[in-house]
Design a protein around this ligand. Structure first.
Ligand code: ADP
Ligand code: MG
Length: 683
């Protein structure tokens, strides 16, 4: 270990390592290994134990074995395609080392005649002689060979031997890092240091030992660094002073009174939390999380109304035009007519847009709905008091921070998401925000009946649909995209559309990824107003749109979807008071594991429960495509298996926040694990 170095060594260039030239560095960079620290997480997959040596007479053919021999005689035939050979022996027999494509000079160097050499490799037998071909592990120092050699999932062009050498070098030169954790935390991991943990992590015999202290400590480090960064962002936002809003409860309740339903307890609670934030003198940065259909929109509109009544403007953004429009229509219906409510999207005519821009900057518009067009550079609000963002689950920490900055100090921020994820993940992904959760669904809802059906029973389904159509109900028919040689294929949807059109003429429409944007909007609007009965689509049905008259969803090839995704799709129906049905179609009989998963879906209509159960079966990586969503992946920590560590991190973070401890000691941790620009000015 090297005491003169600090953590910066770990962040330094790979070329600081002996034996890593430009070529190797390039190969590693291809694998996203950009510095020494990244290499630490390149873990051995297995190992070959070369510790025990054997006498030649006891060699087992076809196995990796280690022998100590003396080279006796070279044979360099100097004929193309004929290998060079070295005859070697010990006191029990002879073995031939066979070299293809190796120079005499090299061979003489590694196998000098008359010297004792240890080598290891796969033993072969040819013409009644033992032989070993192109031995890689050769040395006069037997201790270098007689050990456990790690096997890595190899990067093209870098051999195992080189990897072992590089990693060993790093382990030998690890800088001694000062402990960043408190004594109490450290005790939970039997006081194992970061350095010792890294060393243990790379020991071949520790492969897969994720329940051991070294592993848990390192997983905790990872989790905790994220929590600190989140906490720092939060603190920064909390420091921002704003003009507080005055909530007019009377006006708010008047609006609640005209609703044709009463709010659920969770809706009331969330609204209260938001109101408290609005009326405080620090900026709100809050996430409203609730399963599909839990009724987030009305909560956000009430918050918007309160903000307007306090003299501020509001902007509400949705990911798609049709969803934004739906919110706009609802506001038009609910809010008093004296309020100026506007809508803007990429398609808004130039003249209208110009007028909107003027009116926003002169405070004539109270609330504007729209797509991301709301936040164009040209648009300036006179007095923006609240930004509401619906269904933007792909917004990462950086984008959220930017958004919060954009609104200015007086602007509160409310994000809404229906993506049900377990609490450990919420803490990680949205840890910079305060959280309101709506768990309870409106009571008027009838649960969605979920069935599975084999594809060859499609006639039963058609019969069922006919009945539903006679009741004036509408149907979603979802076909998965087929991924064939990297091209997305929507032919299954097209085929199903053709098929259904023959049975239900004039009652079927189709949308898929290639459908023109305008056409798509038109079709969705027609569907919304019950102009036709069956909408065939790939999975692109917009999140969040209300089609209260649709009460049947049929999902083909259901095994192609994750449970959470199926749950989200199922959430397209069951929004009205009618009985709803979800039919999952399968091509063939289900495996036991698949049956287990479908059972979860049938038994629960709670997105949080479903995602948690699904993760227990599948691990969290695949859930809802988190890998693609740009959300940070942990190297070791797992939100399901390490739930205890997440909870511990949460507790410790709260303690630190309360005690106002100096965070300087965490600087190396943060610098190593989270290279987000956000933390540049921490500590
Ligand atoms: P989401 O949380 O998925 O955004 P929405 O806000 O779109 O859900 O609400 C879904 C449907 O439920 C809407 O038609 C809405 O009018 C209705 N709704 C909302 N709150 C209640 C409630 N408390 N009781 C009955 N229906 C409600
Ligand atoms: Mg919604």
């Amino acid at each position: 270990m090297n005491n003169n170095r600090n953590y910066k060594f770990l962040l330094s260039d790979l070329s600081n390592l002996k034996g890593v030239g430009i070529k190797t560095a390039k190969l590693l960079k291809k694998k996203n290994i950009n510095n020494i620290f990244d290499l630490l997480w390149k873990l051995p997959k297995s190992y070959t134990d070369r510790s025990f040596s054997s006498k030649i007479e006891n060699l087992r053919i076809g196995e990796n074995q280690t022998i100590t021999i003396i080279p006796k005689k070279y044979s360099f035939p100097r004929v193309r395609n004929l290998p060079n050979r070295v005859l070697c022996s010990d006191d029990t027999g002879e073995i031939e080392c066979v070299f293809f494509n190796s120079y005499e000079g090299y061979i003489k160097k590694i196998l000098p005649l008359g010297n004792e050499i240890t080598l290891s490799g796969k033993i072969g037998r040819f013409r009644n002689k033992y032989q070993i071909t192109n031995p890689k592990y050769v040395s006069q120092d037997s201790s270098l060979i007689k050990q456990k050699h790690n096997t890595y999932s190899l990067t093209d062009g870098i051999s195992e031997k080189v990897y072992n050498k590089i990693i060993k070098q790093i382990i030998n030169e690890l800088p001694t890092l000062e402990e960043w954790h408190s004594k109490d935390i450290l005790k939970k991991f039997d006081n194992i240091t970061w350095n010792k943990s890294i060393i243990e992590l790379h020991k071949p015999e520790n492969i897969g030992e994720y329940k051991k202290n070294f592993y848990k400590r390192l997983a905790f480090d990872e989790i905790f660094s994220t929590f600190i960064v989140n906490s720092e962002i939060r603190k920064k936002i909390k420091k921002i002073k704003k003009i507080n809003k005055n909530i007019n409860q009377i006006k708010q309740n008047e609006l609640i009174d005209i609703l044709d339903f009463s709010l659920t307890n969770d809706q009331i609670k969330a609204l209260k939390e938001i109101n408290t934030d609005l009326s405080s003198s620090t900026k709100m940065f809050r996430l409203l999380q609730g399963d599909v259909g839990s009724g987030k929109t009305i909560v956000s509109l009430l918050a918007a109304y309160n903000t307007i009544n306090s003299g501020f403007q509001v902007a509400m953004m949705a990911p798609t035009e049709i969803l934004a429009k739906q919110h706009f229509d609802l506001a038009k219906k609910l809010f008093p007519t004296n309020l100026n409510i506007e809508f803007v999207s990429g398609k808004t005519e130039y003249k209208i847009r110009k007028k909107i821009i003027e009116d926003l900057s002169s405070n004539k518009i109270n609330i504007i709905f729209g797509t991301h067009a709301i936040f164009q550079k040209k648009i300036n609000f006179k007095n923006l008091g609240l930004i509401i963002i619906d269904e933007q689950h792909k917004f990462g920490v950086n984008q959220r921070k930017k958004l919060s900055d954009k609104g200015g100090n007086n602007c509160d921020v409310l994000l809404m998401t229906a993506t049900p994820i377990p609490r450990t993940l919420t803490m990680t992904i949205y840890g910079d925000m305060d959280l309101s959760i709506i768990r309870e669904k409106p009571k008027v809802r009838k649960p969605i009946k979920t069935y599975s059906k084999l594809e060859n029973k499609i006639n039963d389904i058609i019969g069922f649909i006919k009945k539903e159509i006679n009741l004036n109900n509408q149907i979603f028919w979802v076909c998965p995209l087929i991924e064939e040689s990297k091209k997305l294929d929507h032919s299954s949807a097209v085929k199903k559309y053709e098929y259904l059109k023959k049975i239900f003429p004039n009652e079927v429409s189709l949308i898929h990824g290639k459908t023109d944007k305008n056409e798509k909007e038109t079709i969705l609007k027609k569907f919304q107003s019950n102009k036709f009965k069956i909408l065939v689509s790939t999975t692109i049905i917009e999140v969040g749109i209300d089609f209260p008259n649709a009460n049947v969803i049929i999902i083909e090839n259901a095994n192609k979807f994750g449970l959470s995704q199926l749950h989200q799709l199922r959430g397209r129906v069951g929004r009205g008071a009618k009985e709803s049905t979800c039919i999952l179609m399968f091509k063939s009989n289900l495996s036991e594991n698949a049956k287990k998963r479908i059972k979860i879906l049938k038994n629960s209509n709670d997105g949080f429960v479903i995602s948690e159960e699904d993760m227990k079966i599948r691990g969290f990586g695949d859930i809802l495509g988190f890998k693609q969503s740009g959300i940070k992946n942990f190297k070791l920590a797992d939100p399901i298996h390490n739930q205890d560590l997440f909870l511990l991190a949460e507790k410790e973070m709260k303690r630190i926040e309360k005690s106002n401890e100096d965070l300087k000691r965490f600087k190396p941790l943060i610098k190593l694990y989270d290279r987000a620009d956000i933390i540049n000015d921490i500590a």
